[in-house]
Unconditional design. Structure first.
Lengths: 342, 86
């Protein structure tokens, strides 16, 4: 039995089932945009956002009874930053991290009750040059390995810390800036990373779905190379590595201007050679056109062959055999922005 | 004591319901009292500068109110979300 929690534009939903059928519980937080899910040992966390009421974090031990925390991450009163949305929770074994928009990182050591800003990143000397993209100015992906931390910030780039988050350096060499020619000027920031996936055994190897293409680094981000052989387009948001098999997953979208599956063919693409070559994953895809995309937080996997994603059209797709066969759940939901396998 | 009536969307952000009694001479002090009891509401009702969030309207006894607006012990403070799409 699989349990999935999804966050949508209007509420969260708990999905429980298998190939024999699925039950849907919810909405959790009706009327709220549910933007991220996290876990800190036995505590579940859900982040919500509202155009009217800003950001909130709720905690639950049973996914049924949720308690709001008193003080979610906040910017100083004298800053010109707004707390628009919490995009990502990440637990590194000791600390719980949160990536937010306007872009920044916060950490918690009490399972999300209180939060402290990561000043080394949030007040980075390049910050005056951080400009938002279409999705805002968001810190949306966090990777950790020991004392090393990577963060992906849309329209800014990847930063790495080698000292647990005290100091940070941009790591985008080899990736074109979002608004410059391939071989144009290389500013310190201005690189629009959409997704990151890491090799848990070799954490200096990271895959990157960027606004400008698909890339891989084997030196922790010091240099990136393109890996797009077999993909019908190099735009998209999904980048996932199944740790057990090493298989890579991505979902190409047509282009920056037209963020839908190429020719209406919603397909996951796989790679078994570390991204050198890609091909269409398995069976189960519909013949009917599908013009819904997949957003940067709307997928998750268990590292053992199970992978699930939600679409902007509110449908949920799952594979239990590492991408060989795919099932679309019958239920549909509002635009999906967050997915977590429980 | 004045009565604050919160919008339904904030139901899961409160511990004591959508209708709460508060003391205060003006709206700011009434909200401070509410936030003491319901700390999570502060970030939902005020922005980073301490002002009422842009898309929230607050009425005291039927009149649009600001943080400095006076309230009385019999006042009804109604907090509304602005009408907008979505």
């Amino acid at each position: 039995m699989t349990r999935i929690v999804i966050g949508s534009e209007k509420g969260g939903y708990l999905l429980t089932g298998d190939s024999g059928g699925w039950s849907v519980e919810g909405p959790l937080f009706p009327g709220w945009k549910v933007t991220a899910f996290g876990r800190d040992n036995g505590m579940h966390l859900a982040a919500v956002a509202s155009n009217w009421f800003g950001v909130g974090i709720h905690r639950s031990e049973d996914l049924v009874n949720w308690e709001p925390i008193d003080r979610p991450p906040a910017w100083p009163e004298d800053s010109d930053r707004k707390m628009e949305q919490l995009w990502r929770f990440h637990h590194d074994g000791k600390r719980l991290w949160a990536g937010v928009a306007h872009a920044g990182l916060f950490t918690s050591t009490d399972a999300g009750v209180t939060w402290n800003p990561v000043d080394g990143l949030n007040e980075h000397h390049t910050r005056p040059d951080w400009e938002p993209g279409l999705g805002g100015l968001t810190a949306h992906r966090i990777l950790t390995a020991g004392n090393q931390v990577w963060v992906a910030i849309s329209a800014v780039g990847v930063f790495r810390s080698d000292d647990g988050g005290a100091t940070w350096s941009p790591k985008n060499d080899g990736v074109p800036p979002v608004d410059s020619p391939e071989n144009g000027p290389r500013p310190e920031v201005g690189y629009c990373v959409h997704g990151l996936a890491q090799d848990a055994e070799n954490p200096m190897t990271i895959w990157r779905q960027d606004h400008r293409g698909v890339f891989r680094t084997t030196d922790g981000g010091d240099s990136w190379v393109r890996i797009e052989n077999g993909l019908p387009a190099n735009f998209g948001f999904v980048m996932w590595r199944d740790h057990g098999s090493g298989r890579m997953f991505t979902v190409p979208l047509e282009s920056d201007e037209n963020r839908v599956p190429v020719d209406g063919r919603l397909r996951v693409y796989l790679s078994d050679d570390r991204g050198e070559t890609w091909w269409v994953a398995g069976t189960g895809w519909p013949d009917a056109p599908q013009f819904s995309g997949v957003l940067r937080g709307a997928f998750d996997g268990d590292g053992e062959g199970r992978f699930v994603f939600g679409t902007t059209g509110g449908r949920v797709w799952i594979t239990n055999d590492n991408g060989e066969t795919w099932e679309c759940l019958e239920a549909s939901f509002p635009r999906i922005g967050a997915v977590s396998l429980l | 004591m004045a009565t604050i009536i919160l919008p339904r969307l904030l139901g899961q952000a409160t511990r004591n319901g959508l209708r709460q009694e508060v003391d205060g001479e003006d709206l700011a002090s009434a909200l401070d009292g509410l936030f003491t009891r319901e700390p999570s509401l502060k970030a939902h009702l005020l922005d980073e500068t301490g002002s009422i969030r842009q898309h929230i309207l607050i009425f005291v006894d039927g009149r649009r109110a600001q943080l400095g607006s006076a309230i009385e012990s019999s006042s009804e403070i109604r907090i509304l979300q602005a009408v907008s799409g979505g």
